[in-house]
Design a protein around this ligand. Structure first.
Ligand code: EPZ
Length: 439
């Protein structure tokens, strides 16, 4: 397995272009099952999760191919891959097997489209992940409200709606707030249900809105996009379309934190500053400059020796501070000149990065869902283990400022959600290289 070898001590400077959002493109790929024509996704990032979803779709009769990279905006970050074209020929298959779904929880997003289009589905339960149980009760509650019969058998969710789905009103909130993919699954199913569906407590993450815009381009009738109340009027069929995938705000935020943690100056192009308002405010509070334009953001620090002001964060649903940037923020606070609190309200156990940061000399104590981070002037390079996608990114950030060399093992976790992150960090001056032969 590959590892990253990072030499700390370099102040990052330069520009990167944001790639398409992983958490928007994955549900959009599932939406291709709804269409009876090709769905063309521009700026679909070249990630292992996208390849995993392609394998799931191919097992369902939906073929995917990449166009050649083009200069007209079909490409991804920094001349990334060409547009992704998906087409379901004939009726889709209905079984998404455990072997594939277990690799990536987002595969569960095929459940709504299959139930709506083929009137039945058999999708493996996604199982948990390293930061906790990942239930899908909201997904199932929504499909039942639309008239599907839902059973769980042998680790699979089976849905049946022989006469097709029927619109309904449903509340999709959970104990932790809205469900992003729960909202997506039910919204996709509702596009082909008979009559009107109202989703109360819908997630308002930008990726949900981007999926809805894509569905509208495919002929869906959706009102209230971006609000906690989505009203969807079912239509007979959805057709193919072309949609440019939204910029990945979490990837963009990760590069901005990389600039801040090294006291450097990093600009992210082709992103949506309005989607990172919470991070912007926290970075300024922590003593960093943040400039923003129509489609770019720039963070700047005062030099490598700069230590952030201790700044607390609590993760919340959008537009609050994103849980997917919590680990990265914790890495930044490890060198702050004081004590800060990092509280995780979406996934209270999302602290796999904590023991690894401690191995690099960080001083962090966990109290339930809160981590108390006592900033230190120096971290020390070490061999550390990546675990989940964002925890792994946090270890790279810490390695950028640690004394000496940090080896991050099992970087396949990072490749799931960051396109060529080693290459792009090198473009900012970082000393990071990918090597085979990790643990
Ligand atoms: C999406 O996961 C993202 N993944 C996650 O990003 C992100 O962390 C999460 O939303 C929160 O923003 C994708 O979009 C593919 P949820 P999702 O359903 O939809 C509980 C990354 O790093 N819940 O919004 O699975 C759940 O346990 C990934 O890119 C229920 O209780 O998250 C959690 O506490 C990690 N019942 C909270 O709600 C349900 O049926 C939010 O979960 C569903 C969720």
């Amino acid at each position: 397995m590959d590892k990253f070898v990072v030499e700390g001590g370099v102040r990052l400077e330069g520009r990167v272009t944001a790639a398409g959002a992983k958490n928007a493109v994955l549900p959009m790929m599932a939406a291709a099952l709804l269409a009876d024509g090709p769905l063309r996704l521009e700026r679909a990032p070249n990630l292992s999760d996208v390849r995993t979803m392609l394998a799931v779709l191919e097992g369902l009769g939906c073929e995917g191919r990449r166009e050649e990279p083009s200069l007209d905006g079909g490409g991804g970050a920094d001349g990334g891959p060409g547009a992704l074209v998906l087409e379901t020929k004939g009726e889709p298959g209905v079984v998404a097997p455990w072997e594939q779904v277990r690799k990536m929880r987002a595969s569960v997003c095929v459940l709504g489209p299959l139930t709506a289009r083929a009137h039945r589905a058999e999708v493996s339960l996604p199982g948990g992940c390293v930061f906790g149980v990942r239930p899908i009760d909201v997904h199932l509650r929504g499909l039942e409200a639309l008239g599907a019969k839902v059973t769980i058998e042998g680790g699979y969710v089976k849905t049946e709606a022989p006469g097709g789905l029927v619109g309904a009103e449903v509340f999709l909130g959970t104990a932790f707030g809205p469900s992003v993919t729960g909202t997506m699954n039910v919204a996709m199913a509702a596009t082909l249900a008979k009559g009107r569906t109202v989703i109360h407590g819908a997630a308002c993450e930008p990726e949900v809105s981007d999926l809805c815009e894509c569905l509208v381009a495919m002929g869906a009738n959706i009102e209230g996009i971006g609000s906690p109340r989505l009203e969807i009027h079912g239509v007979e069929r959805l057709h193919g379309a072309t949609h440019r995938v939204l910029a990945d705000r979490i990837e963009a935020g990760t590069y901005l934190v990389a600039g801040a943690i090294t006291g450097g100056r990093v600009r992210v192009d082709d992103c949506r500053p309005g989607h990172l308002a919470a991070l912007t405010e926290r970075l300024r509070e922590a003593g960093f400059g943040v400039e923003r334009g129509e489609d770019w953001m720039e963070v700047f620090g005062e030099g490598f020796a700069q230590r952030a002001r201790p700044t607390d964060v609590t993760t919340q649903p959008f537009p609050g501070f994103p849980t997917d940037l919590q680990a990265q923020w914790m890495a930044l606070m490890c060198r702050a000149d004081g004590v800060s609190l990092v509280t995780e309200r979406i996934y209270p156990d999302r602290y796999m990065h904590l023991p690894e940061l401690v191995r690099m000399g960080a001083r962090i104590r966990r109290q339930e869902a809160t981590a108390v981070v006592e900033g230190r002037e120096r971290l020390s390079g070490a061999q550390v283990m990546a675990s989940d996608l964002r925890a792994s990114a946090a270890l790279v950030l810490a390695g950028l400022v640690a004394d000496g060399t940090t080896e991050i093992h099992r970087v396949y976790h990072i490749d799931r959600g960051y396109e060529r992150i080693d290459e792009r960090l090198r473009g900012l001056g970082a000393k990071v290289r990918r090597e085979a032969g990790g643990e």
